[in-house]
Write a protein that binds this ligand. Sequence first.
Ligand SMILES: Cc1cc2nc3c(=O)[nH]c(=O)nc-3n(C[C@H](O)[C@H](O)[C@H](O)COP(=O)(O)O)c2cc1C
Length: 330
Amino acid sequence: MADLSSTYLGLPIRNPFVAASGPLTASLDSLKRLEDAGLGAVVLKSIFEEQIELDGMTALKDAESYLGHTDGYEFVKATSMEQQIDAYLGLLEGAKKSLAIPVIASINCYRDGTWLEYAKRFIDLGADAIELNYYVVAADPETEGREMEKEFLQLVRSARKSIDVPLSLKIGCAYSSLANLLRRFDEEEVDGVVLFNRFYSPDIDIEHMKITQAQMISSKDEYALTLRWVGLMSEEVRYDLIGATGIHSADTAVKLLLAGAKAVQLCSVLMKEGVDSVAKMLGDLEVWMKKHGFKDIEAFRGKLAKKYKADGSEWIRVQYLKTMLEAQRM
Ligand SMILES: Cc1cc2nc3c(=O)[nH]c(=O)nc-3n(C[C@H](O)[C@H](O)[C@H](O)COP(=O)(O)O)c2cc1C
């Protein structure tokens, strides 16, 4: 039997399939099902810095008519925020008590701020690691890329200073020099980076001419960008690179591992096919390893990373000329 065990941000895991933050990691029942189904670790549904602040403001608005004192405003705002944090702490505490696999708390933040306080409380309750989901859309034409990246690095620096358990960042791909940014995360001593988050995107309903939300669930073909960047960077940084988005099968997971990913995160496939689909993925991974004579994950992980290829250009311009020539012949 092949040994599927690995590590994730330095934590031992029984296999490299990790449940990504999402609806399935938002309740204790579901977390238990994920563990029973065989996942190696779970990342809890994110607590949203923005949402907490917004709820605090909504509570204030609702209480406006009967609050006559400025201290009262602060009290209502803080109480509403505390309720959300308490609910999250309850989920984390339950998960830590009931699960044997690593439980990672996730914070969705958009600036250096109060969320650091939540992180400390999650660590006190036993969170095995913290995943920071940094969500910023560079939509301001006045702001230079350099400025945005400086802000992000500042946030990472503050986080690293106060988070003394493994820390990972979950990021999008829209940066002007992603390779440079990933290298700079190394200087900040993070333990892992999840490539890439899949943000909610807008779409348009042309019948009613209104803005809607694009498909929430990923498709099985969406892993190409992740694969490229894992392949390019896995040997350039000391931390773990974790593959995410569009990983719906063992075959895709194997590709990511060959490119150098330490593990993969799954969300859409578990929502679409059910959590038990992970059993098939684990079985398929074992069959593949056996067929190719690999006893454990490290025996093949990173085999196709850029550094180990004589010419790493395949990861940058994959068969570009060949494709162009083929297209011309059509
Ligand atoms: C309904 C839904 C809710 C999600 N909520 C979160 C969240 O709270 N925090 C987070 O970091 N990612 C969240 N995600 C993103 C997933 O963790 C994952 O990164 C993304 O869906 C891409 O992976 P996939 O292709 O396996 O779905 C959510 C995804 C979905 C579909």
